[in-house]
Design a protein around this ligand. Structure first.
Ligand SMILES: Cc1cc2nc3c(=O)[nH]c(=O)nc-3n(C[C@H](O)[C@H](O)[C@H](O)COP(=O)(O)O)c2cc1C
Length: 182
C-alpha cells in the first residue's frame, strides 16, 4: 500500500445520507492508498458570520478539519444536491475553511461523486462544484453520479444493485487511484 492519504467525506449531515452510504462503498474500493472517512456531522460549526469570526475566532472543529486537510494527498467527496446547488452544511464548511487557509483543497486531486433519487443523481451540482474548484483549489480528476438511487442501490448489501452502476463506480475510483497512488 502507498503511504498517500485520502480524506473522504460527504456533503450531507443526515444520519440516513445516501451520499454517505455511497462514499463508504467507494472508499472501500480504494486499495492502494489510506482513506480516512469522516462525517461532517462530527464537524459542526455555526452558520458563518463575520461577527462570530471577529468576536470568537474560528470554531475548534473547523480548525481541526483544516489541520486534517493539510495532511491529505487527495479528497474523495460525495455531494448531495439541494435545489441544483450545494447543501448548507457543505457550503458553511467551505466558507469557514476558506477563512482559515487557502486554497481550501490544497490544489490536490479530487474525485467527485453524487447520488440522488432524481434522474441526474445530483450531476447539476457536481458540475457546478467542478467549476467552483477554480476558487476552492481542487483538481477534479474523476467523477460520476448515480441517479434513481433507491433503484440503483441495494440498501441491504450496501452496494450497487446492478453491474452497470458497479462498473461505473469502479471505473471512477480506478481513474482516481491511478492519478494519486501510482
Ligand atoms: C431542500 C432539498 C432540496 C433538494 N433538491 C434536489 C435537487 O435539486 N436535485 C436532486 O436531485 N435532489 C434534490 N433533493 C433530494 C436529495 O437528492 C435527497 O434528499 C438526497 O437524499 C440528499 O442526499 P443525502 O441523503 O446524502 O443527504 C433535495 C432535497 C432537499 C431536502
Amino acid at each position: 500500500m502507498d503511504n498517500k492519504s485520502i480524506l473522504a467525506f460527504s456533503g450531507s449531515n443526515s444520519a440516513r445520507s445516501i451520499n454517505q452510504e455511497l462514499l463508504i462503498y467507494a472508499a472501500g474500493l480504494i486499495k492502494t492508498c489510506r482513506v480516512q472517512l469522516i462525517s461532517l456531522r462530527d464537524y459542526s460549526a455555526p452558520l458563518y458570520n463575520m461577527d462570530i469570526e471577529i468576536s470568537e475566532g474560528f470554531p475548534e472543529k473547523m480548525k481541526e478539519l483544516n489541520a486534517l486537510f493539510n495532511k491529505q494527498d487527495a479528497f474523495l467527496l460525495a455531494l448531495p444536491e439541494h435545489n441544483g446547488s450545494v447543501t448548507p452544511v457543505f457550503k458553511n464548511t467551505i466558507d469557514w475553511l476558506s477563512r482559515i487557509e487557502m486554497p481550501i483543497f490544497r490544489n490536490k486531486p479530487l474525485c467527485l461523486l453524487s447520488a440522488s433519487p432524481g434522474l441526474r443523481g445530483g450531476a447539476h451540482n457536481r458540475e457546478h462544484v467542478t467549476g467552483l474548484m477554480l476558487f476552492w483549489g481542487g483538481k477534479v480528476v474523476s467523477a460520476c453520479s448515480i441517479g434513481k438511487f433507491p433503484e440503483k442501490w441495494d440498501g441491504k448489501q450496501h452496494r450497487p444493485a446492478d453491474a452497470e452502476t458497479q462498473a461505473m463506480l469502479r471505473n471512477t475510483i480506478r481513474i482516481f487511484e491511478k492519478e494519486i497512488c501510482q
